[in-house]
Design a protein around this ligand. Structure first.
Ligand SMILES: [Zn+2]
Length: 425
């Protein structure tokens, strides 16, 4: 019996191994609509499982590219692979990360089991597909952990309750060829309506103000979702302040005081159903410094005077998969960035495979690792300290928006510019 089970497991795994795809024709495989997959990821550092909670028919058209259906970057810790069931061909892939990946790197996550909500969006299949939920092994290779059949003719698909009408904050054109960002309000009551309007404007302007986002202003569609909360403000456990808000944002996530996120991911997607979206920014009604963002998951930013600098930084995480270039040894993530392999993010390196990162941008003769000195202040190199670690991880510039401040360094700019291509073609 045991042998049969393991053969079955192997067969299941083999059916999800990626096939080479040169170009996928959108109209052959997909309707111009969106299938939203809500699921739960449950486990600890010892392992985790994925359980689909709901297939949801999102309102409106597909907001993503109809050309770039296969993820060329693979920056994320997880990957969703959609396979045509009849031929086994990969017809859509995207990588992303989530709060669980951070949780399992904390001391609590070592062996305490916890459950996290996650959601992925894929174009709505015309025929039966296999959905492969993948995570990385120790060598960073993707392995399938769960395979789910989706048959548009028979699988139960739900529709979300009516969501607030989205406002156009910046509109540049057809969603298929634009980056659609939704900004959703959290911690605003009906009485805060005027402040919400002003904060939407501030956020939309801040998002396209800094280079290289500024150079892509005409590539953005920005939508505002005026979600109304029962109470004003944001939950802050350190201050003993509990607020009943639309999305449930909170400070002190993973025990980090300024880390502002929400666990209510399915509710978040319900609320923004009325907007076309590919990236999500939660606008939290609080003056307390804070924020957070995870690649292709969502960003959360406070609507305060700090938003002008916090927003481009957090969007760098969620949109372009950038890592933090600063050092913070209080952040107790244990193996988030191993020094034995090359980190997934494009703007930090362990020097294990530096030629695959930004070695081509380093001027000839500059030493690697590069010492911090007055002469090197504006030079791209490999400066020790980044990804929270003091040693073993290197960043491209002395100063950068993803680090201690200033504009984006040349390495981050290149990664952001490249990312725009897969949203705008
Ligand atoms: Zn940088």
């Amino acid at each position: 019996m045991r042998k049969i089970v393991s053969i079955l497991a192997l067969a299941l795994l083999l059916t999800c191994i990626s096939t080479n795809v040169f170009a996928v024709d959108f109209d052959t495989y997909f309707h111009d609509r969106t299938l939203r997959i809500d699921y739960l990821r449950k486990g600890s550092a010892k392992g985790n499982t994925v359980e689909v909670s709901n297939f949801v028919a999102k309102s409106g058209t597909w907001a993503g590219s109809r050309v770039h259906l296969i993820d060329p970057f693979n920056y994320g810790a997880y990957r969703i692979v959609v396979k045509d069931a009849a031929t086994g061909t990969d017809i859509y892939t995207r990588t992303y990360s989530s709060l669980f990946q951070e949780y399992e790197a904390t001391p609590t996550g070592r062996d305490s089991v916890a459950t996290f909500q996650e959601t992925v969006l894929v174009p709505f299949p015309k025929a039966k597909v296999k959905l492969c939920f993948q995570q990385r092994d120790k060598k960073q290779q993707f392995v399938t952990q769960k395979e789910e059949l989706f048959d548009p003719a028979t699988t139960n698909v739900v529709i979300t309750p009516a969501a607030p009408v989205a406002k156009k904050l910046l509109y540049s054109g057809d969603s298929h060829k634009k980056l659609d960002v939704v900004i959703v309000a959290d911690g605003y009551t009906k009485k805060d309506a005027k402040k919400m309007e002003q904060d939407f404007q501030t956020f939309a302007e801040a998002l396209v103000k800094m280079k290289p986002y500024k150079d892509h202003k005409n590539d953005f569609n920005i939508w505002g979702v005026p979600a109304i909360s029962k109470e004003s403000g944001i939950t802050n456990p350190i201050k003993g302040e509990k607020r009943n808000t639309a999305i449930g944002s909170s400070y002190n996530i993973m025990g980090i005081a300024r880390y502002l996120m929400t666990y209510e991911v399915h509710q978040l997607h319900d609320l923004i159903d009325g907007a076309p979206y590919e990236q999500i920014i939660i606008m939290s009604n609080s003056e307390v410094y804070g924020g957070g963002a995870i690649y292709n998951f969502y960003a959360n930013v406070v609507a305060s005077s700090a938003s002008a600098t916090v927003l481009p930084h957090e969007f760098g995480h969620t949109f372009a998969g950038l890592a933090d270039e600063y050092i913070d040894e209080d952040i107790s993530y244990e193996e988030l960035h191993s020094t034995k392999t090359e980190p997934l993010q494009p703007n930090i390196t362990s020097l294990v495979a530096f030629d695959k990162k930004w070695k081509d941008l380093v001027e000839e003769g500059l030493p690697i690792p590069t010492p911090v000195s007055a002469a090197n202040l504006n030079k791209i190199g490999a400066y020790e300290g980044g990804g929270y670690r003091k040693q073993g991880i290197y960043r491209p510039a002395v100063r950068c928006m993803m680090g201690t401040g200033g504009g984006f360094c040349a390495v981050c700019k290149r990664a952001i510019n490249a990312m725009f291509e897969i949203y705008t073609e």
